[in-house]
Design a binder for this molecule. Sequence first.
Ligand code: DQQ
Length: 486
Amino acid sequence: MAGLIESYVEAAKRLRLGFADARHRPRFHFLPPSNWLNDPNGVIYWRGRYHLFYQYNPHGPNWGQIHWGHAVSDDLVHWQDLPIALTPTPGGPDEGGCWSGCAVDHEGVPTIFYTGIRGEPSSAQSQVTCLALGSDDLITWEKHPANPIVTPESTGLDLVGFRDPSVWREGNRWYQLVGAGIRDVGGAVLLYSSQNLINWVYLGPLLVGDKRDRPLWTGSVWECPQLLPFGDRYVLVFGVWEDGTHYTVAMTGSYVDHRFVPARTCKLDAGDRHFYAAQTLTDERGRRLMWGWIQEDGDARHAAGWSGVMSLPRELSLARDGTLLMNPPEELKILRDTHTQRFNLALNGARYLGLEGLQLELQAEFRPNGSECGLSILRSPDGVEQTHIFYDPVRKKLGVDRRRSSSGTGPGLSSDVQESNFELRADEPLKLHIFLDHSVIEVFANDRFCVTSRVYPENRDSTELHAFGNGAELRRIDIWTLRSIW
Ligand code: DQQ
């Protein structure tokens, strides 16, 4: 076994080296050695280490027959590749793919729940919950002979989706959520309970959307649900899937008698599909950490032999008023290399900050003074290419403007503004905390707002950093170049 792991790790290293010069490939985000990644799966803190499994196609840079890839980290920052954890079994209930799911600790036995695909993948009837038991090092997994352990027939509903189990323990019982869609009704989260993890009783829907209205949470299917307790309050997180669009929703509310009653709903990330299929773990410090899938824009990466990136971990907490707070964990500071600061800059137009970079962490504090302000990154000296991270206090929007990000015209390359509602309180400064990793941008604003984006500038010299505003003040900015994790 040790030899097998070593040869896998060596092969993974060689594959990564082959991409060493790839312009748009991130350097401090996790992504597989090559080929396709989508959802984070089964994230678990186990024996003092962070394990990250992920939807993985080892055969190509496109979504295909999906396996579970695996990586482990001691420090939340550096990741080591490990052998594939789950592979579809020909003739088994997962022969069409091992789709998303979770991992739990069952009396010291690592236990994975995942979606097996037993027929035509897009049909809810093909989607079933399967179980696998792991070795103590989480390297080898045995699929349970009772698989599938939950099927869509158990609901008696006419479903258009039934996938992505999320399991937790409450008292002496286990509970399982399954993401679903009810035909002509909308997305839903279904709830099951069990005493032994094998036999499950359907308890009904935890929550059902309504696709005829168009509030934020509509859509045909809700994917990757998770119910997160924060003391006696709860946050329900799920992905809304609708033709042509998907985004992650967070609802704060109450969970009583196996039903969830939302009190407050928001998009978790204004980057919509660039932070999707979110999943969390709780570590020994009691921190709730979340990862999401950052997908590509355009087809160029597929041709390059890789596609899909894991977000940085986000630390979650809940404010007294029910706002979900999100921040980068402190461990990321070990990536910091050179440091530069600027103070008290009056902004009237764009102002070059005398710095360039493709791998940066920026922490900026602005006084907008009533008009739009922000940072312009990946900017070419002639300004033809540039990406704006902006706050507009008049329209009360915060976002990433990609209309000039790239002069390229590759198929599917977005040229848009990704924004969502955001308002500063009276006298509150704008605090932007930004991670730029080549084509990946992750923005955290004032502890309570995130936008994740992808951009692919064409010009090699699109690396400048500017601040802009119209009467705004950049009170302080800290800029670090960041090291690679590979
Ligand atoms: N991705 C998985 C599904 C899940 C979707 C398939 C979300 O299990 O619903 O790769 O991105």
